[in-house]
Design a protein around this ligand. Structure first.
Ligand code: GLN
Length: 620
């Protein structure tokens, strides 16, 4: 769109990304030679280096910068998305972006055990789990323009250098790398025409790896001028049990570090276990030049969906509008409607008549972040159905056909989620067999879909040796095999079958009913393996129904068992598109079926009726 970059040699492996997407791995493709010249001139003649997209309108977009002090894990993404939601409710267009310090090009190669789940966007970008929070809270699909890593930034700078874009200049952290960061933000602003861009800086102030991001923010605020931006510092107020009082020193030191970088925070958000008392807030205010009313308490809350309300009660939405001088852009009628909907949703939280326990089998059972979207999707479904859906984590390495009944005795439904590699898979298959034979509601997600196919092939179709070539490359019955397009691929980064794809739904199936009798739906994918098309016939003959398929390839996407109360699997990750006000139908179906099983109440709606009711309510 804007700048010519060295595209030669940039491997683009997935056609879905080419064409509509202008950005691959943070390398910006281009059409405007004019701007290129401008950049080159700037870099040789002047110290002011700040490439600006041709379609950028200065003053249209304001910026909110969110950074963390004292420690990581403060919930910067949650805070930022909730504040963005309050402005979105007022009819403003908001665009979030997360800036990651690490050098990976995307999050796809990160271990979920260390970093939380890999969240896949519709355009196939593999991102940090915070992007999931933004999508859920804002009910907005994001793209790769909303996610940057140091890897992308440096990749782009180095490509430009090789392309000769900097001419005789020595390429420096300042102004070139910071210039690249500012460019990313302004591109996002120009592309989305956002009123406010919310920039979340990963890590903690003081980390070497995000220091240049913070410098870029300072420069951007300076260039855009007064009233253009607002800096928010999140901090943590400790309350050591031995002292029994809140201590603000660490917070003060953290904020001092921000100020040493030339940034005066406008708002300070104090994370804490309990509401932060006035004394601690006053101390922070005095030491940071931030007015007392803009030092706010953001203590732990039972549900993240309550946080927009906490921020609103603190008047933070209007403080930000005033700081950014955009009070005149808001639409109060829009806000009344949006807020009423959100309040109805909040009223249902913690107010449930029913309860169920959903078992989740998984390798990363000790780290909840690895399954953040699934946990959210179950919560959305539970809230919509007036049901407290509890989770039970099931480690499957020691589960066998002999002891599976004991492990699943107290669950009303199970999910086998996505996964890679063979650890615990035989235990997962034993769980699926038990669910199939005992009418226990089952939802298989991606790997869980593949394992359900294997179980059915082995036990119902008599293919005793059925396996996935991911688990046994020499299996005589490769019922699950690598996708043909994946065979040619080398390396592991960004090259699975990724992102949103259309799925053709077979009429008169459970899927057809759950998805409102739509012929085509869309879900997001992240896989290398699939049902080998040679086995489709035998599986179907024995009663397995493939109710969702890729429109123009023999890739099976949804399976179900007609006589079972709820037995579904999907090659996709439906959890990624579940939203608080629009719960994903497969999860609603699972929880509804589990409710009937738990409460032994035939008067409760079956999964189809339940989904219809929920959809009618959310569309109202
Ligand atoms: N490992 C399987 C595959 O690559 C499933 C992937 C997943 O569950 N995301 O196809």
């Amino acid at each position: 769109m804007i700048i010519i970059q060295g595209m030669e040699g940039t491997p683009i492996r997935d056609e879905a990304r080419v064409g509509t997407q202008r950005i691959e791995a943070g390398i910006h493709m281009a059409d405007s030679k004019e701007l290129l010249t401008k950049i080159s001139d700037a870099s040789t003649e002047s110290e002011f280096f700040s490439p600006i997209p041709a379609n950028y309108k200065k003053g249209k977009t304001r910026y909110v910068f969110v950074m963390g002090t004292v420690m990581s894990g403060l919930g910067k993404g949650i805070f930022s998305s909730c504040l963005a939601k309050l402005l979105q409710d007022k009819g403003l267009k908001v665009a979030p972006i997360k800036l990651e310090g690490y050098l990976n090009i995307d999050s796809g190669t990160l271990n979920p055990f260390r970093h939380g789940e890999v969240f896949v966007l519709d355009d196939g970008m593999e991102t940090d789990m915070d992007l999931g929070t933004y999508e859920r809270i804002l009910d907005q699909d994001l793209s790769r323009a909303n996610f940057a890593t140091s890897g992308q930034i440096f990749n782009s700078v180095l490509n430009k250098e090789r392309h000769g874009d900097y001419l005789g200049r020595d390429v420096q952290m300042i102004p070139h790398v910071t210039g690249e960061v500012k460019l990313r933000l302004r591109e996002l602003a120009a592309e989305t025409k956002a009123d406010v861009v919310f920039v979340e800086i990963g890590g903690t102030v003081g980390d070497l790896e995000n220091a240049y991001y913070i410098e870029a923010m300072r420069e951007l605020a300076y260039e855009e001028g007064p009233g253009s931006s607002c800096f928010v510092a999140l901090t943590y107020i400790m309350e050591p049990p031995a002292l029994g009082e809140q201590k603000s020193k660490a917070a003060q030191l953290g904020i001092k570090q921000v100020m040493q970088l030339g940034i005066q925070p406008d708002i300070i958000v104090c994370r804490a276990t309990n509401p932060v008392n006035d004394k601690a807030r006053q101390k922070i205010s005095v030491y940071s030049n931030v007015p007392f009313e803009r030092v706010i308490s953001l203590h732990d809350s039972a549900s993240i969906y309550m946080i927009p309300s906490m921020l609103r009660d603190n008047g933070l939405d209007f403080e930000v509008l005033r700081l950014l001088k955009i009070e005149d852009r808001i639409n109060l009628r829009h806000e009344r409607k949006a807020w009423a909907k959100w309040c109805d949703f909040m009223d249902k939280i913690g107010n449930s008549k029913y309860e169920v326990t959903i078992g989740i089998t998984g390798k990363y059972t000790s780290v909840r972040d690895s399954y953040a979207s699934i946990i959210n999707a179950i919560e959305h479904a539970g809230i919509a159905l007036g049901c407290d859906a509890k989770l039970k984590w099931i480690e499957t390495t020691s589960i066998t056909d002999a002891n599976v009944a004991k492990h699943l005795a107290d669950v009303d439904g199970i999910i086998v989620p996505g996964g890679f590699g063979s650890r615990g898979t035989e235990g997962k298959i034993a769980c699926i067999k038990y669910a199939r034979e005992n009418n226990l509601p089952y939802l298989g997600l991606c790997f869980g879909f593949q394992m359900a196919v294997l179980e059915f092939a082995r036990d119902v179709c008599g293919l005793k040796n059925a396996n996935s070539t991911e688990l046994d490359s020499n299996t005589p019955e490769p019922v699950i095999d690598i996708l043909p397009e994946q065979k040619k691929i080398e390396g592991l980064g960004g090259n699975m079958r990724l992102g949103g794809r259309d799925i053709k739904i077979q009429p008169q199936t459970l899927a057809w009913d759950l998805f409102g009798k739509k012929d085509t739906i869309r879900m997001r994918f992240r896989h290398r393996y699939e049902v080998d098309p040679r086995y489709i016939e035998v599986l179907q003959k024995n009663g397995l129904v493939f109710s969702g398929k890729a429109p123009d390839q023999p890739i099976m996407q949804i399976l179900e068992l007609p006589k079972h109360p709820f037995f579904m699997g999907t090659q996709a990750h439906p959890c990624l598109t579940s939203r608080p006000l629009r719960p994903q139908p497969m999860f609603v179906g699972l929880v509804a079926a589990a409710m009937r099983r738990h409460h032994l109440d035939g008067d409760l709606p079956n999964c189809i009726e339940a989904v219809k009711k929920v959809c009618a309510a959310t569309e109202a």
